[in-house]
Design a protein around this ligand. Sequence first.
Ligand code: GRG
Length: 314
Amino acid sequence: MTKSADPDAIFRQRLDQVAADTEALIDHLLAPTPAEGECLRPTRILEAMRYASLGGGKRFRPFLVVEAGALFRVPRAQALMTAVALECVHCYSLVHDDLPAMDDDALRRGRPTAHKAFDEATAILAGDGLLTFAFDVVARPETHPDPAVKNELVIALARASGLGGMVGGQMLDLAAEGRFATGGLPRLDEHEIATLQAMKTGALLRFACVAGAIQGKASAAERAALDRYGTALGQAFQIADDLLDLEGDPATVGKETGKDAAAHKATLVSLYGPDKARARLKELVGDAERALASFGPAADILKIAAHFVAERQA
Ligand code: GRG
């Protein structure tokens, strides 16, 4: 990155480029023509999967996969396959999270949620379809020529998404809302809230950062650095998200706000208050930047990304 260029403008341009490339690849992969081994792609579920995965979203996770991969010279086309797989998992989680049985939301990415645009059964199946499709994409030859690398990616993505990652975190989140309690609302301490959030939100963001190191066959030390960066970024992302829920404008955020307080949700923002939460956010951005120190200017774009996470309005 040259000194004279505006770093924020460069970040925006690179995020937009990854978003466009991700959109084009999802559009191509979710075409009506069946892949080898499939019978046919029924129109209604295909449309719902496309609705949930195309035409919206910041594509921040794909950006992280591509830019972390660039540190290790991962060819962009290969990184984008992993990025699309991850984005399919993310989009599935949003569809299921919005369902009446979960958060019961009507608005997502500024549009009706999938179960409102289609119906509940179709939305459940579209989520299932996206989750399964993610593993189809990540296991394809175009993702990496080395089967051992793909094996590692598949395991890492499954663990970030599943029982000990996002799905487990969502379960803890529902429990924290008192859904399964017989007495009053369970009170989570700081450590328990941080664990819940590291699983529910952090695990996929962490995978996004570590995937580049896996795909680029990075050293253990390099991978650990990306892991530290992804962990700090995930925590920052969640605090920023909770601040947006508290203070954001639904028209800008693209979804309903004020839901955490209404549900008496345990978040670090509700525990600390907004001022201390903002101070913690600043510390986490510093942690994320320091984790990348050994990469020098090559990692500047990821450092700017940490600021973007903390300052985002949507
Ligand atoms: C249903 C298994 C299952 C998991 C749901 C995604 C999720 C777990 C919950 C969504 C609730 C939520 C608001 C979490 C906070 C972090 C988050 C995932 C925000 C949405 O991600 P963005 O801002 O969304 O990257 P876009 O639309 O830009 O992709």
